[in-house]
Design a protein around this ligand. Structure first.
Ligand code: ADP
Ligand code: 5GP
Length: 190
């Protein structure tokens, strides 16, 4: 029985979290992605209620005041992200296991909140140089934004030390997929 379990994925930007989370979601129909609320603008083909629930900063602050979030963070200056209590209830009501894709601080907070019902995974690139190359290769960020993300990654990796159930070093992607599959299977079988 999978009731009331959660899997938390956190990583510095560019480490390969989206790639690995999407792979895992494709393998297990009982896993469901938690759609966060955010005050940032939609990017590209993103749709409200699919990648995120989009709100204005004012609406987001009002929801914080109404205590509607399990956790929330200002991940980038002026950009709020958070998990609504209603989202957790929505997924659990279906008997599904929740998959969170949240920033490193949020991941640590979530693990504290859900305790043994949660398994938290920190995804790391093999080195800072590789992380920079991946961000350059993805082609979605300006050089300045890449430098900011790389600097933040170093801080986040230090902060994460010892606070996650598992650290997955994403070097070869096929190996990382296999490692992620195994730890998720083991957790689901518990
Ligand atoms: P994140 O969600 O952590 O920001 P992404 O999943 O978007 O990261 O990955 C960042 C970039 O690196 C993407 O272009 C992705 O295709 C690439 N990537 C991910 N994992 C690997 C890997 N093991 N080897 C090489 N490139 C990778
Ligand atoms: P992006 O803007 O690239 O979609 O996401 C930026 C960062 O916000 C990512 O690290 C993502 O995991 C994180 N994030 C997304 N949703 C949440 C959330 O609900 N809470 C927290 N704390 N971080 C989130």
């Amino acid at each position: 029985m999978n009731s009331r379990k959660v899997i938390i994925f956190s990583a510095p930007s560019g480490a390969g979290k989206s790639t690995i989370v999407n792979h895992i979601l494709g393998l297990h129909p009982e896993l469901e992605f938690s759609i966060s609320a955010t005050s940032r603008a939609p990017r590209g083909t993103e749709q409200d209620g699919r990648e995120y629930y989009f709100f204005s900063a004012e609406e987001f602050r009002k929801m914080i005041a109404e205590d509607r979030f399990i956790e929330h963070e200002e991940v980038y200056p002026g950009s709020f992200y958070g998990t609504l209590k209603s989202e957790v209830e929505r997924i659990w009501a279906k008997g599904h296991v929740i998959v969170f894709d949240i920033d490193v601080k949020g991941g640590v907070n979530m693990k504290r909140i859900f305790g043994d019902s949660a398994f938290s995974i920190f995804i790391q690139a093999p080195s800072v140089e590789v992380l920079r190359q991946r961000l350059e290769g993805r082609g979605t960020d300006t050089p300045e934004a890449i430098e900011r993300r790389v600097a933040k990654a170093a801080e986040e990796t230090e902060f994460a030390n010892g606070k996650f159930d598992y650290v997955l070093v994403n070097d070869d992607i096929e190996k990382a997929f296999k490692e992620a599959e195994k730890i998720v299977d083991d957790f689901l079988a518990r």
